[in-house]
Ligand binder design. Structure first.
Ligand code: MV4
Length: 453
C-alpha cells in the first residue's frame, strides 16, 4: 500500500479523499491555490503545498506544478478527484512517466473513452445497446442527410470529443441539417480543437441512469448498481438517487451487466461510470463513460456500503477487489442534494462570499460532505459546490421524508444557495412519484420566465 498520496484537487472532494487516506493509514499531501489558502480542510492534511495563483491554469490544471509538488512531498500516488485534470489522459501519462501512480484508469482507457465515437464503437462490439446513429464520425453532408433520413428527424449532432452535453445540437428537420452540421463542426473545433461530429436519433425526454463500476488490475470488474441523475439544469445535476426509481430489477441487472462488458472491453481499471439514456419504455442506450470518481458517488456508497474512494486507492496500489458481483447488493434508498452557492431566483448566478451561519443536519441516515465552515469564504474562481447533503433510509418514501427533514435543519447564511430549490423538489408530486426526466427541471420546475433585472 502507498505510504503517502497527493490530492490534486480542492473543496469537498479533496476533503473526501483526505478522509479516505486517514482511515487507510496513508499520509496525505494537499495542494492549494492562493484562493484556497484559508480552506479549513488543509489543516487535516499532513502537509499542504501552495501550487500557484487562483486561476486554475496556474494551479489545479497546471501539470508541471502538481508534479513538482509530488516530487517535493515525495508521494507515491496522485488522486485527481473529479473535474480539473481527472480525465486528462496526458496528466495520467505524465504521472506514470514520473513514477507516480495515477489513482484512476490507464491513460489509454481515458483517451479512448474521451472520444465518444470510439467509446460507442467499443460498446457496440461488446453488445452494449447504443443510440442508433452514424457509427463513427459522420462524413460529408450527403452521407449525413442519408443517415438522418433513414433514422427520422429529429436527430442530435454531437461532438466526438465532447461529452456532458457540450457541443450538442438538435436538428428537427431536413432543411436545416446542412447548416446545423456546419455550426456544430465550428463549435466543436473551437471548444475541443476537433471538428469531428456524429449523429444520433434524438431520444425524447430520456432519463439519465448511470452505472458505477469498479475494476482491479487483475481483470476483475464489478458493478455497484445504478443511480438516476435525471434532475439537471443545463447539464448541471441537482439531485441524484440510488437505486434508479421505477426501473424493474431485471432492467437494472441488464444495465449492470452491460456496463461490466463495456469496462472489460476497454481495459478499464479503477472506478468509473457508464452513462445511459433510458426511454419511457425502459429501453436503455449507452452514451458515454466517465473515467473518474463522480460528485454523486456517495448515493452508491450509502446503498452498497462500499467506500468507493478507498477502493480506488486499493486497486491503484494493485490490490484485488475484496468482493465479487454476488456480494454487491443495494439496501434501501439514497438521495443527494447538491448545495451550490448560486441564486436559483436569478438564473443560478454564482453567489460567492463569506458563510456567516452554518447549521448542519444530523441524526439517523444523514451525511454531509462539505469543506465549508462558518467564516469560510466561497471563492469566485471555481465551481460553486459548497456541500452535498446525502440521506439513506430503508425505502424511497422514507428517504424523501428524511431529506425534507434534513433540508429543514440545514441553515446556510451569508451566501445564496440552492437549498430553497431542493425543498420545492422534495415536495413536488411528479418528483415524489418518480415521474421526472432530464427535461423536467427546465420544463416543469423552473419554466423560464422573464426575470426582473
Ligand atoms: C441525448 C439526448 C437525447 N437523445 N442523446 C446530454 C448530455 C450528454 N451526456 C448526452 N445528453 C443527451 N443526449 C440522444 N440521442 C438527450 C441528452 C440530454 C441529457 C442527457 C442526460 C442528462 C441530461 C440531459 C439534458 C438534456 C439532454
Amino acid at each position: 500500500m502507498f505510504q503517502r498520496i497527493l490530492v490534486a484537487n480542492r473543496g469537498e472532494i479533496a476533503l473526501r479523499i483526505i478522509r479516505a487516506c486517514k482511515e487507510l493509514g496513508i499520509e496525505v499531501v494537499a495542494v492549494y491555490s492562493q484562493a484556497d489558502r484559508d480552506a479549513p480542510y488543509l489543516a487535516l492534511a499532513d502537509r499542504a503545498i501552495c501550487i500557484g495563483k487562483a486561476v486554475s491554469s496556474d494551479s489545479y490544471l497546471n501539470i508541471p506544478r502538481l508534479i513538482a509538488a509530488a516530487e517535493v512531498a515525495d508521494v507515491q500516488a496522485i488522486h485527481p478527484g473529479y473535474g480539473f485534470l481527472s480525465e486528462n489522459p496526458r496528466f495520467a501519462e505524465v504521472c506514470g512517466d514520473c513514477n507516480f501512480t495515477f489513482i484512476g484508469p490507464p491513460h489509454d482507457a481515458i483517451r479512448r473513452m474521451g472520444l465518444k465515437t470510439e467509446a460507442k464503437e467499443v460498446a457496440r462490439a461488446a453488445d452494449v445497446p447504443c443510440v442508433p446513429g452514424s457509427d463513427g464520425p459522420v462524413g460529408d453532408d450527403a452521407e449525413a442527410l442519408r443517415l438522418a433520413r433513414s433514422m427520422g428527424f429529429p436527430v442530435l449532432i454531437k461532438a466526438a470529443a465532447g461529452g456532458g452535453g457540450k457541443g450538442m445540437r438538435v436538428c428537427r428537420e431536413e432543411s436545416t441539417l446542412v447548416a446545423s452540421l456546419r455550426a456544430a463542426r465550428n463549435e466543436a473545433e473551437a471548444a475541443f480543437k476537433n471538428s469531428s461530429v456524429y449523429l444520433e436519433k434524438f431520444i425524447d425526454r430520456p432519463r439519465h441512469v448511470e452505472v458505477q463500476i469498479l475494476a482491479d488490475s487483475h481483470g476483475n470488474v464489478v458493478h455497484c448498481w445504478d443511480r438516476d441523475c435525471s434532475l439537471q439544469r443545463r447539464h448541471q445535476k441537482l439531485v441524484e438517487e440510488a437505486p434508479a426509481p421505477t426501473l424493474p430489477l431485471e432492467v437494472r441487472a441488464r444495465l449492470g451487466e452491460a456496463a461490466v462488458r463495456l469496462a472489460k472491453a476497454c481495459g478499464y481499471v479503477n472506478a468509473g461510470t457508464c452513462e445511459f439514456l433510458v426511454d419511457s419504455d425502459n429501453n436503455f442506450y449507452f452514451i458515454e463513460v466517465n473515467a473518474r470518481i463522480q460528485v454523486e458517488h456517495p448515493v452508491t456508497e450509502m446503498v452498497t456500503g462500499i467506500d468507493l474512494v478507498k477502493q480506488q486507492i486499493r486497486v491503484a496500489a494493485g490490490e484485488k477487489l475484496p468482493f465479487t458481483q454476488a456480494d454487491i447488493a443495494t439496501h434501501g434508498h439514497s438521495f443527494e442534494c447538491r448545495i451550490n452557492s448560486e441564486d436559483p431566483d436569478h438564473d443560478f448566478r454564482p453567489s460567492p462570499g463569506r458563510i456567516t451561519t452554518l447549521r448542519v443536519p444530523g441524526g439517523p441516515g444523514v451525511r454531509w460532505d462539505s469543506h465549508a465552515q462558518v467564516g469560510y469564504s466561497v471563492p469566485p474562481n471555481y465551481d460553486s459546490l459548497v456541500g452535498k447533503l446525502i440521506v439513506h433510509a430503508p425505502n424511497r418514501d422514507e428517504a424523501m421524508a428524511r431529506m425534507r427533514r434534513a433540508l429543514d435543519e440545514l441553515v446556510i447564511e451569508g451566501i445564496q444557495t440552492t437549498i430553497p430549490l431542493h425543498k420545492r423538489v422534495f415536495r413536488n408530486r411528479d418528483f415524489i412519484d418518480g415521474r421526472v426526466d432530464t427535461t423536467w427541471v427546465e420544463r416543469v420546475l423552473m419554466p423560464s420566465r422573464p426575470t426582473s433585472a
